[in-house]
Design a protein around this ligand. Structure first.
Ligand SMILES: CC(C)(COP(=O)(O)OP(=O)(O)OC[C@H]1O[C@@H](n2cnc3c(N)ncnc32)[C@H](O)[C@@H]1OP(=O)(O)O)[C@@H](O)C(=O)NCCC(=O)NCCS
Length: 174
């Protein structure tokens, strides 16, 4: 398997991986919108290939909390017949390395609290970083953070602002 940056010419592969993984068009539409959203840039969009077949995609988009450099992971998708084989974990690791090397300090995700802690995320909890929209109390653990630089968590607090295409309340219900 190889992982590489998704090019503009890879858009069909990106959208078909999203549709296959989620079984609907919603995430593919979100990815399409985010890739065209200036406020989400520079984004990190990665595809995993097996031979010539695209089997996984991950997208990290720029988010805002002055004076920090922060990103949001959304979404992560692996085609059904390649799930549970480590592809998702490798995409997360690869993306976090790129972000870290670019000086990004914090990465947030709204996702499965049983999955992302395997890859270094932990619930934001009382750390003081509010999501762009209120997360229902029952899903509080789904709003997670990973620090790529020491000394930020505990020093800064505030509300994370997301890219324009993510500014829909329905995206913020786990
Ligand atoms: C969730 C997803 C991205 C994980 O990718 P993957 O390549 O299958 O994951 P990995 O192989 O890295 O890790 C697999 C492990 O995570 C676990 N896992 C997968 N999805 C999980 C979930 N929703 N909740 C908790 N654990 C989960 C698996 O049970 C497996 O555990 P095991 O190693 O003990 O068997 C993939 O299953 C997928 O695309 N699912 C559909 C779309 C989706 O829900 N995306 C997440 C959006 S937040």
């Amino acid at each position: 398997m190889i992982i590489r940056t998704a090019l503009a010419s890879d858009i069909d592969d990106v959208l078909s991986v999203e549709r296959a993984a989620f079984g609907s068009d919603a995430e593919a539409n979100l990815v399409h919108d985010l890739l065209g959203d200036a406020s989400a840039k520079p984004a990190v969009s990665l595809l995993a290939f097996e031979e010539d077949r695209a089997i996984g995609h991950i997208l990290f988009t720029k988010a805002y909390l002055e004076p920090l450099s922060i990103y949001i992971l959304a979404p992560l998708a692996v085609v059904p017949d390649r799930q549970k084989q480590g592809v998702g974990g490798k995409l997360i690791k690869h993306g976090l390395r790129i972000l870290s090397e670019s000086g990004v300090e914090l990465v947030f995700v709204l996702g499965h609290p049983g999955y992302y802690p395997r890859h270094g995320f932990k619930p934001v909890g009382v750390l003081g970083f509010d999501a762009p929209y209120p997360i229902p109390e029952k899903d509080a653990d789904a709003w997670m953070i990973q620090a790529l630089r020491q000394g930020i968590v505990g020093t800064f607090r505030g509300k994370v602002m997301c890219a324009e295409a993510l500014k829909k309340p329905e995206y913020w219900r786990e």
